[in-house]
Design a protein around this ligand. Structure first.
Ligand code: AMP
Length: 483
């Protein structure tokens, strides 16, 4: 912006006016004269959110703390959350998914009936308790079962199929907290009901892949087929025959799983069990013709859609409800030990299992904390749309009242506004404006109230100009559009 012809007037004003106050602030901070254009107040340090300056407080006995594995999301972090949520929503809506929110608390039996009793989540990780009415309830550990319940409860089977739903919300698992693994985490998930066409499996995997791509993160899909109720029993037998002679080398959990749920052995992270997995029979070899055909079609669609994938013949997932397609997303440079960025698959029997009409379905769940960790690791800094366009500063009581009205006028005009009406010092207000990264500060003092003007300060260049109060809104709008 060129220096305003009016700005010298700032210097010429009397000692009690706003201009003097502005000058005092500038002087204190070893700033060149307003007309020279720049000031340290205006230096655009990386705009920090208000909490950036908050030092962590030492733990004092008796002071309440958040629970282990559960985190506060401070204002500084919010731009990452806004980014992942807006990418998720835009993508889901573009592909015809509608939003569904289900309660965080459900009957425990919903998860036991859907995920299977021999799974880690059900055996060890649920936040379950008896409520005051005597019901056994659980904080949802995953999003699919509640959405299936809602699909059945609300008769969505009668809607034109496929019904496509998405959700974003917290999940709870009592796991050992570590980087990327929390007791409360958040998932973006999608579910498609009412069609077993393999193109839907591919569409769902594509969406998970695109979510990361939009964030600037390269990923690949690990994919497998778990077959169906017809062909899986054969594989189950083969697996038992393979592992039984090696029983002594298995961990205690897997010894138990061997007879009850042998597929879970493939998911065990214990070193001894994981090593035995390499030579284990592969599911793809036992698939019947229709499951084989389904898998081939999914892979062909992924080829067409240019979604990078690897076929992992030992991939199983943490829940028992999956049939046919299962997949996980890992970072491009990850391997099968890397924590997954998201995962999903087909669950053609679950709707019926939970009391609905037989309805094929598929979906995925993506951990948003993992997406944010990837963004940070790759130094992907999301745009911060909370940065105000204009900060409204005031000096003196009559100015404060007028500034309050101006704040609302500017907000009404569609600009992002910030202000602090409890501070009396202009220096303090300019410091806040600077910390928030405001592009402009408008300053109203006693003199401006009398003159019916305002002072507009460009926070980047330090240039200031006096404008007619009536033109303030239109002037600022023009400036913001240009910047
Ligand atoms: P799952 O339902 O176990 O397949 O989880 C789906 C996705 O949610 C995983 O791929 C992770 O991205 C994420 N996730 C699962 N458990 C956690 C956790 N404890 N903390 C953070 N993210 C998780």
């Amino acid at each position: 912006m060129a220096p305003s012809k009016k700005s010298p007037k700032v210097k010429a004003k009397g000692k009690s006016g706003t201009k003097t106050a502005v000058k005092k602030v500038a002087k204190k901070q070893k700033v060149a004269a307003v007309t020279a254009g720049r000031s340290t107040v205006n230096k655009k340090a990386a705009p920090a959110a208000p909490t950036a300056a908050v030092a962590s407080v030492p733990r004092i006995k008796g002071m309440p703390q958040s629970l282990r594995g559960m985190k506060d999301t401070l204002p500084l972090e919010q731009k990452f959350w806004r980014r992942v949520k807006s990418v998720a929503e835009a993508l889901a809506q573009a592909y015809g998914f509608e939003c569904i929110d289900t309660p965080i608390l459900e009957m425990t039996s919903l998860f036991v009936r859907s995920a299977g009793t021999q799974t880690d989540v059900i055996e060890k990780e649920m936040f379950s308790f008896i409520d005051r009415g005597g019901d056994n309830v659980t904080l949802r550990p995953e999003g699919t079962a509640p959405v299936v319940r809602a699909y059945v409860n609300h008769g969505m089977v009668n809607l034109p199929q496929p019904v496509k739903l998405y959700y974003i919300g917290p999940m709870f698992r009592y796991e050992r907290p570590q980087q990327g693994r929390y007791r409360q985490h958040h998932q973006f998930g999608v579910e498609v009901f009412g069609d077993d066409n393999p193109i839907l499996d591919a569409e769902v995997a594509l969406l998970a892949y695109l979510f990361y791509k939009e964030l600037g993160i390269s990923s690949i899909v690990r994919i497998n087929s778990l077959g169906c109720n017809e062909c899986r029993p054969t594989y189950r037998e083969e697996l038992i025959n393979y592992f039984r002679p090696k029983r002594s080398q298995l961990c205690d959990d897997c010894k138990r799983r061997l007879s009850k749920n042998p597929l879970r052995l493939l998911d065990c992270k214990e070193e001894g069990c994981a090593a035995l997995k390499d030579e284990a029979p592969q599911l793809v070899d036992s698939l019947d013709d229709s499951c084989k055909e389904h898998l081939m079609r999914v892979l062909e669609y992924l080829d067409d859609l240019q979604v990078p994938y690897v076929l992992d013949p030992h991939l199983v997932r943490g829940f028992d409800y999956y049939t046919r397609t299962v997949f996980e997303l890992i970072p491009e440079d990850g391997d099968n030990k890397t924590a997954s960025l998201g995962g999903g698959g087909r669950y053609d029997n679950l709707v019926e299992q939970l009391g609905g009409r037989p309805t094929p379905a598929c979906g995925f769940g993506i951990g948003l904390e993992r997406a944010i960790l990837q963004m940070k690791a790759q130094e992907i800094d999301p745009p911060d749309d909370s940065i105000p366009d204009v900060f409204v500063a005031q000096l003196g009581d009559s100015a404060r009242r007028k500034a309050f009205a101006l704040f609302e006028e500017l907000r009404d005009a569609g600009l992002r506004i910030a202000g602090n009406f409890t501070k009396n010092s202009l220096k303090a207000q300019l410091e806040i404006a600077n910390r928030l990264g405001a592009k402009y500060t408008v300053i109203l003092g006693q003199q401006e109230v009398i003159d019916e003007t305002i002072l507009i300060r460009d926070m980047e260049s330090g240039m200031q100009e006096i404008v007619d109060y009536k033109k303030a809104v239109s002037d600022l709008k023009k400036k913001i559009v240009k910047s």
